[in-house]
Design a protein around this ligand. Structure first.
Ligand code: TRP
Length: 452
């Protein structure tokens, strides 16, 4: 392990930065809806099982590769692979990160626009107006591109300040802000008349809804939400010090990610149920349903509605920004270390190239008919290829690599911080990496293609 590599300066910095990568749009726009639709507390219970049995072990594996490799993801794999073809997994992860960054930035940019729109009071109107607003905005050739550039500028600014002064400092500021905003909105939502119906919807266990599909859904959500399979965790782990306890850090980060997801549900459902609007999933939940909910729930005191809406989009933008930073860092670290250029130059390459991909994705939404491949616009195509093909593939290969190839002594050393910590569950961990995790991820992929 090279000693001169920069490290995160503190334990809390490690936790907040890495939790920043995990806590993102996945927690807020996907988890609550999935939980509500798939059996409430029963789903949450299954999800927690997935986090414990699969999510945390996979996160630990990425940490092992990252800290041992002490460099960008591609080089970390190359070092551990010792000349074998396994090194290409690292390159595949970096490539996946490269492709995801642009399109994740587009949605993050939308969140920024909605902060602006909330401030300017542009989101006031009946449901039809809100739907039209979103359609017009996302199809506009200029405005979303402007906001994509804006979020890239913020990300770039933080990245060029380095690991400690940029990523760590920003996470220490942004993550606590995110929690405070979240708690305030949860309280405001739960105080609304009729909110308890929403809480019931989220928390009442309904085991009759639990099917094989629900299990696979929970699994997929767990991998996405914990940022597994794309070098983010691996890159951040390369900045861990020799004293970072990989196992407890993974547990703490997993818990924070889970807590934010559940709180997001306690924010969305009480508000939606109090005004009788049924919650939706994905972009329409965040950009269409919720503006309506805020308008109606706080119609008697519009000032509060204005504040809650502003706080919500600020929360969303923070969650997206901290994830985007980790995606950007995967590529920045790759370029500056592999091309032997400065960190700044590496960051510029990523910002400009991913910015371009983002801009093209964004424009493609409004140009569906002209820019479609296999019937999808570029935005959906990127989502499909990266999220449903490349991410699971990287995940499976990563597990097999740690389970079968990486020398056991390295795994033991990393888990025990070179003999200073006890490592329990070692055999179970290796068993999970060899069999359980790869098979589960394979099942998700086959399910997506309706094979099972
Ligand atoms: N975990 C993030 C979210 O919940 C998204 C994300 C960031 C991600 N980096 C990732 C997903 C790496 C998979 C792999 O939105």
């Amino acid at each position: 392990m090279s000693e001169e590599r920069v490290n995160f300066g503190s334990k809390i910095g490690v936790i907040l930065a890495t939790a920043g990568s995990a806590v993102g749009l996945g927690n807020i726009w996907r988890f609550p809806y999935m939980a509500g639709e798939n059996g409430g507390a029963a789903f949450i219970f299954i999800y927690i099982l997935c986090v414990i049995v699969l999510g945390i072990p996979c996160m630990i594996s990425e940490f092992i590769i990252g800290r041992h490799g002490a460099s960008n993801t591609a080089r970390a794999y190359t070092r551990l692979a010792k000349g074998s073809t396994w090194k290409w997994v690292g390159y595949l992860e970096v490539l996946t990160g490269f492709l995801i960054t642009g399109y994740y930035a587009v949605v993050s940019g939308w969140c920024l626009n909605y902060i602006y729109a909330s401030i300017m009071g542009e989101l006031k109107g009946d449901p039809a107006f809100i739907t039209d607003y979103f359609t017009a905005f996302s199809n506009d050739p200029i405005r979303p591109v402007f906001w994509t550039i804006a979020i890239f500028a913020a990300t770039h600014f933080i990245i060029v300040h380095g690991v400690r002064n940029g990523i760590e400092k920003a996470s220490k500021l942004m993550m606590p802000t995110l929690f405070i905003l979240l708690l305030v909105i949860v309280i405001a939502a739960c105080l609304l008349p009729g909110a308890s119906k929403g809480i019931d919807f989220l928390l009442k266990p309904d085991f009759s809804k639990v099917t094989g599909d629900v299990f696979l859904g929970a699994l997929g959500q767990c991998f996405y939400s914990m940022s597994i399979g794309m070098g983010c965790l691996c890159t951040y782990a390369s900045y861990f010090s020799r004293h970072t306890n990989i196992k407890t850090s993974a547990i703490q980060i997993g818990l924070i990610d889970l807590l934010v997801a559940i709180l997001a549900g306690l924010m969305i459902f009480p508000a939606a149920f109090s005004v009788g609007i049924s919650p939706d999933s994905g972009p329409s939940l965040i950009f269409i349903t919720l503006p309506n909910v805020f308008n109606q729930a706080f119609s008697s005191v519009p000032l509060i509605g204005w504040i809650v809406s502003l706080m919500f989009y600020a929360l969303l933008s923070l969650a997206a920004l901290t994830s985007l930073i980790s995606l950007h860092e995967v590529n920045t670290a790759f370029f500056y270390e592999e091309m032997h250029i400065s960190r700044k130059a590496g960051a510029w390459i990523v910002t400009l190239s991913c910015g371009l991909i983002g801009a093209v994705c964004s424009v493609s939404i409004g140009q569906k008919a002209h820019m479609s491949v296999f019937g999808m616009d570029l935005f959906d195509l990127f989502d499909f290829v990266t999220g449903q093909l490349m991410l699971p593939l990287c995940g499976i290969l990563m597990c097999l690599f740690v389970g079968w190839f990486v020398p056991k002594q390295i795994v033991k050393d990393e888990l025990s911080n070179w003999g200073t910590l006890r490592y329990s569950f070692y055999t179970l961990f290796i068993f999970a990496m060899r069999f359980v995790c790869p098979l589960c991820i394979l099942a998700i992929v086959l399910h997506q293609f309706h094979v099972i």
